[in-house]
Design a binder for this molecule. Structure first.
Ligand SMILES: [Fe+2]
Ligand SMILES: [Fe+2]
Length: 528
């Protein structure tokens, strides 16, 4: 029994969770996860338990979409109470760590006045011993620098928090990942395994390379009930599109949001992977359409809509390397993507501006990424120039045209670009939406609102295209495909939205210049 070859269904969803909350960079990386748990997630659950109806009403109010409200009916508030109690009990060490970081930040604020920093070290909380350095910049502004590889070995990081919840795509939007923890239910299978577990790789690889239930059972150490539960997600035959590979020329496919698959007969590249599990839907590419092997995964930056863990973990075992931009090392706002993803079992290549990565028949060059991080000093962000099958593509993600002069240098180094992909989410969320937990000194609303996660507006996008000498320009990464992005971005647009008006203005400008352009939505294909 259980020895027949089986394949993971294309409509299987795996949600990576930490203490029930959806996992992303800032809920997994040690310092950031501790601070998010202590300063955002616990207060959120407490607020819900204080008045569940306020949260439920807010979740039903479209104007409050993307807000921090727990979308769980009051009949299940007992489960939220239990979750909160287990977090407070099981994560006491982590919570103490978060308090220690806040104390250390205050010690630095008070004590680092431009003079010798040596006397501050004995005052630091014991939890941080061996894990931080305090240093001034040349303006005598001091900051803590975490020795981040060691943070993954410290008490701030524990894989006990990690689990994976399997479900089948229903076509309905999932609750917003930043605010609503996942609870157990009869429709899902929860496996309390670390994300790097080899059994998880065996399972996700079986979308293409078959396995057996008995092998999965052994690798994942499943009991009878779990094995029965898992069998619902397996099928007797693989479900893969016949045209997922090409045998001549080049092809680019837009999979939605910032996800592009670029292919030649020899190689495949995917940018900011985010793939729909809705195999029965039309008008979109899904897991059925992915090439069996992907040479390079290009990650542009750490925002939760660009490092989408549920897709990245689904690619384990079938990617050559995940290319990530190097962080500034050790600053709270800028956790290392390389450490994060390598701790999740993914092969990683770290790049700096203008680093080159070769693949069969082509080359990727990392290029600078400006802005879009609420003016925080975040270096783990990169755009890319990809050359394959005789064409040059610029992968711009959310990089803004805040100083278009940059792109003149890019063109000077790398020549003209054939196709530019540009993000134009030009009225992005405020600073505190993503970074609240990391500020141990309050930020005023006015200050937060003035600093946003915004990409290019029409004039900036036009300036980028002009400086790059791009022949074609496509607007993407707008968070419009709700079936894909709803639970991660909670964006709302209507025809009056500033962003969409700016896209129209940009496309009008492109038409006037004789530059081919489009506003990507759903799916798109280029073939040459
Ligand atoms: Fe972003
Ligand atoms: Fe984005």
């Amino acid at each position: 029994m259980g020895d027949e070859t089986k394949f993971l269904r294309p409509d299987a969803i795996l949600e990576p969770l930490v203490d029930g909350f959806y996992a992303w960079l800032h809920t997994v990386a040690p310092a950031q996860a501790a601070m998010n748990l202590a300063f955002v997630q616990i207060p959120l659950l407490e607020s819900y338990l204080h008045s569940p109806q306020v949260h439920i009403n807010a979740c039903n109010n479209p104007q409050l979409r993307g807000g921090f409200f727990v979308n769980v009916g009051s009949a299940r508030s007992g489960e939220i109470r239990d979750l909160l109690a287990s977090i407070k009990r099981d994560r006491a060490v982590m919570l103490r760590f978060a308090d220690a970081i806040a104390e250390a930040e205050e010690i630095v604020r008070q004590g680092a006045t431009g003079f010798d920093l040596t006397p501050l070290y004995p005052k630091l909380p014991a939890e941080l011993s061996g894990l931080v350095e305090i240093a001034y910049d040349t303006n005598n502004q001091a900051a803590l620098r975490f020795i981040e590889p060691l943070m993954y070995e410290s008490s701030a990081y524990t894989e006990d928090r990690q689990s994976v919840q399997f479900s089948l795509e229903t076509g309905s939007e999932r609750p917003f990942m930043l605010s609503t923890p996942r609870l157990p239910s009869p429709d899902v299978l929860d496996l309390r395994i670390p994300f790097r577990h080899p059994g998880l790789e065996e399972l996700v690889r079986s979308r293409v390379h078959g396995t057996t239930l008995s092998r999965l059972r052994e690798m994942l150490e499943l009991d009878d009930d779990q094995a029965t539960g898992l069998s619902r997600f397996l099928a007797a035959a693989p479900d893969l599109a016949d045209d997922r590979h090409i045998d001549n020329g080049g092809r680019i496919r837009y999979f939605g949001h910032a996800c592009l698959v670029m292919q030649t007969p020899q190689a495949a590249i995917i940018t900011d992977p985010w793939v729909s599990s809705d195999a029965s839907a039309t008008g979109r590419f899904t897991y059925r359409d992915l090439p069996d092997y992907i040479d390079l995964v290009l990650i542009t930056h750490g925002h939760q809509d660009h490092v989408v863990l549920e897709t990245l973990l689904s690619l384990r075992g079938r990617v050559g390397s995940v290319v990530v931009p190097r962080s500034s090392r050790g600053s709270l706002a800028d956790p290392s993507l390389a450490l994060y993803l390598s701790h999740l079992g993914l092969p990683v290549t770290e790049v700096d501006d203008f680093s080159e990565v070769e693949f069969p028949g082509g080359k990727v060059t990392a290029t600078p990424f400006l802005g879009e991080h609420a003016d925080l000093d975040i270096r783990a962000k990169s755009t890319y120039v990809v050359r394959m099958a005789g064409r040059t593509m610029f992968v711009g993600a959310d990089s803004s045209g805040i100083d278009p002069g940059l792109y003149r240098y890019v063109r000077g180094h790398l020549g003209e670009v054939d196709i530019a992909f540009l993000g134009m989410e030009c009225a992005g969320a405020p600073l505190t939406w993503l970074y609240q937990a990391l500020f141990t000194k309050p930020v005023t609303k006015k200050m937060s609102d003035s600093r946003t996660l915004s990409g290019s507006n029409a004039a900036q996008a036009a300036a980028i295209v002009t400086e790059l000498g791009a022949h074609e320009a496509y607007v993407y990464a707008m968070g419009e495909e709700m079936w894909l992005v709803g639970h991660v971005m909670a964006t709302t647009y209507n025809e009056d939205s500033y962003q969409l008006k700016q896209v129209d203005e940009f496309m009008t400008w492109c038409a006037e210049q004789g530059i081919k352009s489009d506003h990507l939505y759903g799916q798109h294909e280029w073939r040459w």
